[in-house]
Design a protein around this ligand. Structure first.
Ligand SMILES: Cc1cc2nc3c(=O)[nH]c(=O)nc-3n(C[C@H](O)[C@H](O)[C@H](O)COP(=O)(O)OP(=O)(O)OC[C@H]3O[C@@H](n4cnc5c(N)ncnc54)[C@H](O)[C@@H]3O)c2cc1C
Length: 510
């Protein structure tokens, strides 16, 4: 490659949690031969280590980072995920499923719900959840690989993973170090800056050592060692919409069958997750200190474990929101240092992935052009704001009224962008989504309908359709999806057949 003083030659990643090692793995694959990569982490400050559920784009990240999918699954005791089951969210004793993939077929050109509303009004169609391959597969604990062939029944299939977050970071570390990433242990106590440009020039470690670089990626978690302390980028607090600020996590022994979905159960003061892995189940309660004490949350978690506890409670504090400028001068914040939206829809690891992809797209030279940085920051802000609205929807669209938390979120003012979206859907079942939004119609439709928001009517043009033809088409599709799912193997059998079980569990799985 042409060597020029303008090009970035040294990238320093601060922090060795999920964000730090994902960044190291992706950059070592895409830039590694041209750029010297160093990752500095403290061996005194623990990682968060509880991000265990993902969404389908993680597969694209693994392609970008050159990760061997089968090896990663085995090493992290991963299982497959087809979506999230929400229990008791709209009111006690209710449940709905937010699946990956699509409702209907691609032939309905995005009008699945509109046709369905027309037929439902006439009592001529099954519940809309019967038209999602992933929802049906999750209900029957079966698994498949999606087909790239648009005519194949599994073309509409889609999956992500649950994995052990600490093992994921460890696995990505082994991949990155093998590719030449320098791993330095040390506590960062300060950063040197150029007095004229304000660019960070080096990290100062407690040991007295310094680590120099051209570009610094702050993956130091909620501390924001560089983005907050060195660059002073303010944190925008979103607690008024997303009031959760505490979590308590505790793994327990697993149980069969191995569910291919995350379970989210609403509680009086928050919600509880259940994430099944090959060797254990991850559990936790997310709550707000305004509505519950730490002891109340931990007691509720312990009382609701489905197996024997495998560790003592791990308590975590956070504030929902985002860093106003995720990229300041030559410091880019990725991971929790750039913001956190609580784990309700498993979006944090995805936001790390998309930040890395965006950084590669906007990779700077040493001039650090302001307009390039601005473009990155605008895209980052737009992305996290649409995800924020989607999360607020889960809390706000509820009929629960038995506790202070639910009364607060049900009646709180919500962002205009979300209020408009709900109003349009309520009027005519329409969703005006931008193509770049992370959550598309399957997601919005599942949660809006699941939380009890029903459109008043459908688009007038639906009345011009032939109802008999539509009803026959939907009935045929329903039979076809059921027949497809009936042929699929059980989740555990699928892992076993693919050689995806961790070697230490093979005897038990056979
Ligand atoms: C309760 C909860 C549940 C979650 N569940 C999910 C989920 O299901 N799905 C999902 O996608 N995401 C989830 N997340 C988010 C996910 O855990 C994080 O996005 C992910 O762990 C990234 O963390 P991180 O690497 O940014 O920070 P951390 O894991 O906190 O790592 C920070 C690193 O910085 C280092 N460091 C800090 N200060 C210094 C210093 N001064 N000097 C040197 N090193 C330093 C630390 O040693 C550590 O290595 C969850 C988060 C929480 C809180």
């Amino acid at each position: 490659m042409e060597r020029n003083d303008r090009w970035i030659g040294r990238v320093v990643i601060v922090g060795g949690g999920t964000a730090g090692w994902m960044t190291a793995a992706a950059l070592s694959q895409s830039l590694g031969r041209h750029v010297a990569l160093t990752l500095v982490e403290s061996d005194m400050i623990a990682t968060i280590g509880v991000g265990e559920a993902t969404i389908p784009p993680i597969r694209a990240f693994h392609d970008l980072a050159g990760i061997n999918e089968a090896e990663f699954i085995r090493e992290t005791f991963a299982t497959f995920k087809l979506g999230i089951e929400f229990r008791d969210w709209s009111r006690p004793n209710t449940r709905y499923f937010h699946p990956f993939g699509y409702y209907g077929t691609q032939k309905d050109l995005g009008y699945f719900l509109q046709y369905w509303l027309r037929l439902a009004e006439r009592g001529r169609v099954a519940d809309f959840s019967e038209f999602s391959l992933c929802a049906l597969a999750a209900r029957h604990n079966v698994m498949a690989e999606a087909s790239p062939d648009p005519n194949h029944p599994l073309h509409l299939f889609s999956s992500a993973y649950h994995f052990d977050a600490s093992l994921y970071a460890r696995y990505l570390k082994s991949v990155s170090v093998a590719r030449g990433v320098t791993h330095t242990l040390g506590d960062i106590v300060d950063a040197d800056k150029d007095p004229v440009s304000g660019l960070v020039t080096a990290l100062r470690l407690k040991s007295g050592e310094t680590v120099e670089g051209d570009l610094f990626i702050d993956c130091s978690g909620l501390r924001g060692v560089l983005i907050d302390k060195a660059m002073g980028s303010p944190y925008e607090d979103w607690s008024k919409w997303l009031p959760m600020n505490r979590a308590v996590a505790m793994p327990c022994e697993g149980r069969m069958p191995l569910a291919p979905f995350t379970l989210s159960t609403a509680r009086a003061f928050g919600w509880q997750w259940r994430i099944p892995l090959q060797h254990r189940v991850g559990n936790g309660i997310v709550y707000s200190s305004d509505f519950a004490s730490d002891d109340e949350a931990a007691d509720t978690l312990v009382a609701n474990l489905e197996g024997k506890a495998l560790a003592s409670p791990n308590r975590i504090r956070f504030t929902t929101g985002r860093r106003q400028t995720a990229w300041a001068k030559n410091v880019v914040a990725i991971g929790l240092s750039s913001g956190f939206l609580e784990p309700l829809e498993s979006t944090s690891i995805y936001l790390i992935q998309s930040s890395i992809q965006r950084l590669i797209k906007h990779f700077p030279d040493k001039t650090f052009a302001a307009v390039n940085i601005e473009a990155y920051n605008r895209a980052a802000a737009a992305e996290i704001e649409t995800v924020r609205d989607f999360l607020i929807l889960h809390y706000h669209a509820t009929e629960r009224d038995e506790s202070e938390l639910w009364n607060y979120v049900r009646t709180m003012p919500i962002p205009d962008s979300l209020a408009h979206r709900i109003a349009l859907f309520r009027e005519r079942g329409q969703l005006n989504l931008a193509a770049e939004e992370l959550f598309q119609s399957t997601s919005w439709l599942s949660v809006l309908m699941g939380q009890g928001i029903r459109p008043r009517t459908y688009m007038p043009t639906m009345a011009f359709q032939d109802d008999n033809l539509l009803a026959e088409g939907y009935a045929r599709l329903e039979r076809h999806l059921k027949a497809t799912v009936a042929r699929l193997p059980d989740h555990l059998a699928f892992l076993r057949a693919g050689g995806l079980i961790h070697p230490s569990l093979l005897a038990a799985a056979n």
